[in-house]
Design a protein around this ligand. Structure first.
Ligand SMILES: [Zn+2]
Length: 386
């Protein structure tokens, strides 16, 4: 009833908008509000306004597609739905009951089916309510969160992104520790799915459609498996950074596309979801108020952080310099990222010094086999949040 009315209102707003060539919500409202009032005399005014908004976004999409090619048919919203802005409904956050007015003196009460997961968000008072979307089978409530102020960092956590791990250092006042978050299974998963797709293509060579469908499914599965791991790694990194009040230093990946490499290496590097991992880390960091700095990684794997000399020889697992500096190759790159981020040292006089660098321990932020690990100082701490 209500949703059908809403759909009707959206669709007539789309047509009205097309006739008058307007797409913004306000323009639509000015144009059509009076007629709409007559057509839907019983509808709550707020709902009419939000129907203009939905219609406006449909029209905007349509216009974007027009820009690309030949005209499309007039869009029609088939799906039963209804959207309400946060002024247009009330939510009892303790009991999960939505109070939605339909017309003067008539309200609908919806009882939400809540799990503990939902309650976390409902009970979090820093989250304010956004829009409400009703679909025949479910209810979507958007939350707004004003981002927290980030803290003043006391340590720096620099991480170089590699195929199988994030490596770098944690620089604090009294020491500099190599750190690692390993995900050795990610390239294995990728290789396996790549082979799987190859063999599917061969097997179903006579049937392109089936082959494409199966490959797409295979790709989706791969994405889910990898993203699940990326989330775990990002959570572990964020938990660690929060605990040590660190600022996170990552390499800026925008240079990635610019370089030319062999075909197979390119496939491996491009399919490797570095950027996705960085995205996860960045948005989780913004959510938690952890500062992130991104720096140009130019030469970070070849430079000596002590004497600034470049080492062009093919390297083994360790980076060795004529000046006597020696460290794990990936960790060395992490140190260089740190140096690039804070060439003058951090605020508070914190800076990298080779003397404080601990060569013999590696602090594990994440390891797929052991969710929780012992820290070098012996206190057990779980770093995985599922
Ligand atoms: Zn050197």
């Amino acid at each position: 009833m209500l949703m059908e009315d809403f759909r009707l209102a959206v669709n007539s707003a789309i047509r009205a908008g097309l006739n008058a060539k307007v797409t913004s919500r306000n323009a639509l409202a000015k144009l059509a509000y009076k007629d709409f009032r007559k057509e839907h005399p019983n509808m709550y005014a707020q709902h009419l306004v939000s129907s203009f908004e939905v219609a406006g976004s449909v029209l905007k999409n349509l216009r974007r597609r027009w820009g690309k090619g030949p005209t499309h048919r007039i869009p029609y919203v088939r799906r039963l739905m209804m959207k309400a802005e946060n002024q247009a409904y009330k939510l009892d956050r303790e009991n999960g009951v939505i109070d939605l007015p339909i017309r003067a003196g008539c309200h609908v009460k919806l009882r939400l089916v809540l799990s503990d997961y939902h309650r976390i968000y409902l009970n979090d008072r820093t989250l304010s309510l956004g829009s409400l979307t009703l679909l025949p089978d479910r209810v979507i409530i958007a939350f707004r969160k004003s981002l927290p102020e980030s803290y003043i960092p006391e340590t720096a956590l620099s991480l170089d992104t590699n195929e199988r791990s994030l490596d770098g250092v944690l620089l604090s006042e009294d020491e500099c520790l190599p750190v690692q978050a390993a995900y050795p299974d990610v390239p294995i998963i990728q290789a396996r799915h790549h082979d799987q797709r190859r063999s599917l293509q061969k097997k179903k060579a006579h049937d392109r459609r089936t082959s494409r469908r199966l490959c797409r499914r295979e790709g989706k599965r791969e994405r889910h498996r990898i993203e699940y791991r990326m989330h775990q790694v990002a959570n572990a990194v964020l938990g660690f950074a929060e605990e040590h009040k660190s600022t996170i230093v990552l390499e800026d990946l925008s240079w990635m596309t610019a370089r030319k490499r062999g075909k197979s290496l390119n496939r491996r590097l491009n399919s490797w979801p570095r950027r996705k991992l960085h995205d996860f880390i960045e948005y989780k960091a913004a959510w938690k108020g952890v500062p992130v700095i991104k720096v140009d990684p130019y030469n970070s794997s070849r430079r000596c952080p002590i004497c600034r000399r470049l080492n062009h020889s093919r390297m083994g697992a360790d980076f060795e310099c004529e000046c006597g500096w020696c460290a794990d190759r990936h960790v060395n790159a992490g140190i260089n990222l740190l140096q690039t981020a804070f060439p003058e040292g951090m605020a508070g006089g914190l800076r990298f010094s080779p003397g404080a660098f601990q060569h013999d321990v590696v602090m594990t932020l994440y390891d797929p086999e052991m969710g929780a690990r012992l820290e070098p100082n012996g206190t057990s701490r779980s770093v995985v949040q599922s």
